[in-house]
Design a protein around this ligand. Structure first.
Ligand code: HEC
Length: 125
């Protein structure tokens, strides 16, 4: 009798665990690292670049960035956009196109978090 009780407990436990894990989204459903996505929202990038990096009237779409930056360069850009822009014609053109606001510096945020964010941005095709 004891045996059956513990066996059914194990089964109930197993089923509830299974149900729970079914609700945990898989990373590829996000298409990206969820932590990066959270940082993107927490740092307020959405205000100018849109909830899904699609761009707004005041900030460009953030896609295909891997064609222009590696992780280090992108972190550098987030820390000091003006300095990086001075070296890249493409960024100067973007600056003219979106002249209502400037890309702000995020240099006071922990570099480790900027790195996670940069990796996330680079995955957006
Ligand atoms: C106040 C509006 C604003 C906010 C907030 C903002 N940006 Fe920008 N961002 C811009 C603008 C405008 C540009 C275009 C370049 C310029 O004008 O300096 C830009 C350019 C960029 C670029 C270069 C795009 C390219 O095609 O090379 C990246 C990358 C970027 N932003 C990432 C971010 C991230 C990540 C955040 C949040 C940590 C963020 N931005 C927050 C306005 C903003």
């Amino acid at each position: 009798m004891q045996y059956y009780i513990s066996l059914s407990l194990v089964i109930v436990l197993f089923i509830s665990l299974k149900i729970q894990t079914d609700f945990i989204p898989h990373t590829d459903e996000y298409n990206n690292n969820p932590a990066g996505k959270e940082l993107y929202k927490d740092f307020g990038c959405t205000v100018c670049h849109g909830n899904n990096m699609e761009g707004t009237d005041i900030g460009p779409e953030l896609s295909g960035l891997h064609k222009y930056f590696n992780v280090d360069e992108l972190v550098q850009y987030l820390i000091d956009p003006t300095a990086v822009m001075a070296r890249k014609d493409r960024l100067q053109e973007l600056d003219e196109e979106f002249d209502a606001v400037e890309m702000p510096s995020f240099g006071d945020l922990p570099e480790e978090e900027l790195r996670i964010l940069a990796e996330y941005l680079l995955k957006n095709e």
